[in-house]
Design a protein around this ligand. Structure first.
Ligand code: ACO
Length: 422
């Protein structure tokens, strides 16, 4: 076993720590015995240098702009496979055969219905409730209908739970939208595939045999694929953290939804379009870029920058190509597109953005496509939830089988008052 040696300059004492190898990416220093051997903690706010677990699901190389699910490159998956192929891959560690895919698709169709009682929950929300707030409540409420999933005994039971949640989340998502408008809920149509069904439940009126265009299904399916997993990001770490306490899996996913809602994470896609609408015209772009660069101004260019990607976000590249190829067919808002392109052009050539390695991230482009799909801004992060649900549940399953799993319990550097006397 290779080791690294840490020398305490105060005492001259040396301590060896094992290096654990990774199949891709940096190896890790095993510091689990650090506190018991040295009596000190590591200090790493935001976990910029900390691997919180071992995982076989997703690999990211932020410098190369590489993203892989179960070893497969994201560009290959997004351009040659469907979102359901990707779900199957994440859950089963291999791509499905045609027969397996059909069986998986059929099972999800059958499991997409929700308990009638859940309608009461939606009806109780105020008219102006944000869809993300309704979504996290509804997923948490699912635990009251499927309490038996608190104890999942084996892989088969875990997969039933996973299929259930992946299938029901689009239905709940469409219900949040319809509730916010006060229009009748539309039940899933068993004749329609996963992505088509979601658009149908969003748009149709009762009894209407609404046709959804292939180009729209393809675009949204790609967005779901690109969101399917992203290793230990804030929402996934939240899911794992809550799951580590033995809480109900639906409660863990509900917590992940809440973590995703924030503007620095999944909430960014909503802010990107809001910002483009405020900028409104290419002639205003320079002024906003100047604000983004001003250290005295809290304004940030939404959809730019990423904690891990320091070269480019491969998901953004795929979406940019998709946007370019489908913009006429989809009917992308030309004015917003011009503003976005101007921002991109300036930022990619400006030393402020270059030095800080700030590139467009996935959220910079999703909003433009989602707007063309007639999905309102308030639903953008919900789209992220639908795509990411498979990642969260796959990470949850991995955690259950991790023999090194422990309850998440970081320590701290205490810098408060000491020995105060009453
Ligand atoms: N616009 C302007 N300046 C920025 C931006 C931005 N979007 N992002 C980072 N910076 C600057 C910071 O001000 C900082 O500058 P300084 O070194 O002069 O102080 C430097 O770049 C580093 O920024 P940090 O906040 O330290 O970087 P971190 O890795 O912690 O944050 C984050 C990454 C949260 C994504 C950040 O870039 C950001 O807020 N971006 C906008 C929000 C966004 O698009 N989020 C979506 C991320 S993708 C996703 O979750 C799916």
């Amino acid at each position: 076993m290779n080791t690294v040696t840490l020398i305490d300059n105060r005492t001259g004492k040396k301590y060896d720590f094992d290096i654990l190898s990774s199949t891709l990416g940096p190896d890790v220093i095993d510091v689990r015995k650090l506190y018991t051997s040295i009596g000190m903690f590591t200090y790493d706010p935001g976990f910029t240098s900390t691997a919180s677990c071992s995982s076989t699901i997703t690999y990211i190389d932020g410098d190369k702009g590489e993203l892989r699910y179960r070893g497969y490159d994201i560009t290959d998956l997004a351009t040659k496979k469907s979102y359901l192929d990707v779900c199957y891959l994440l859950l089963n560690e291999k791509l499905p055969t045609k027969t397996q895919l059909t069986a998986f698709d059929n099972e999800l169709r059958k499991r997409s219905f929700i308990h009638e009682g859940l309608k009461g929950l939606f009806n109780a929300f105020p008219d102006r409730a944000h869809p993300m707030a309704m979504m996290s409540s509804a997923v948490s409420a699912l635990s009251t209908f499927y309490y038996e999933h608190l104890n999942v005994a084996n892989k088969e039971e875990a997969l039933v739970m996973a299929h259930r949640i992946i299938a029901k989340i689009p239905t709940l998502a469409a219900f949040t939208y319809r509730r916010s408008l006060g229009i009748p809920y539309i039940y899933p149509d068993i004749e329609r595939s996963f992505t088509e069904n979601f658009l149908y439940m969003m748009r149709a009126y009762p009894g209407e045999n609404l046709e959804i265009r292939d180009v729209e299904i393809r675009a949204l399916d790609t967005i779901f694929t690109l969101h399917a997993d992203h290793e230990q990001n804030a929402s996934t770490s939240t899911v794992r953290s809550v799951a580590s306490t033995g809480a109900h899996p639906y409660a863990a996913i509900s917590a992940g939804i809440n973590a995703l809602w924030g503007r620095a994470h999944g909430g960014a896609n909503e802010s990107v379009i809001a910002q483009l609408e405020i900028i409104a015209d290419v002639k205003n772009v320079d002024a906003f870029i100047a604000r983004a660069k001003d250290s005295n101004d809290e304004f940030r260019l939404m959809g730019f920058g990423h904690r891990v990607y320091k070269n480019f976000d491969p998901r953004a590249i795929i979406l940019k190509k998709l946007l370019d190829s489908l913009k006429d067919e989809l009917g992308i808002d030309d004015n917003l597109l011009k503003v976005a392109r101007r921002i991109e052009e300036i930022a990619l050539n400006d030393p402020y953005f270059i030095e800080r390695k700030l590139y467009p991230n996935i959220d910079f482009y999703t909003g433009l496509i989602l707007t063309a799909l007639k999905i309102p801004k308030s639903m953008f992060t919900i789209i992220f939830v639908i795509g990411r649900s498979v990642g969260w549940i796959t990470q949850w399953i991995e955690l259950q089988n991790d023999t090194e799993m422990k309850i998440t319990r970081p320590r701290q550097r205490y810098i408060g008052e000491k020995n105060k006397i009453l």
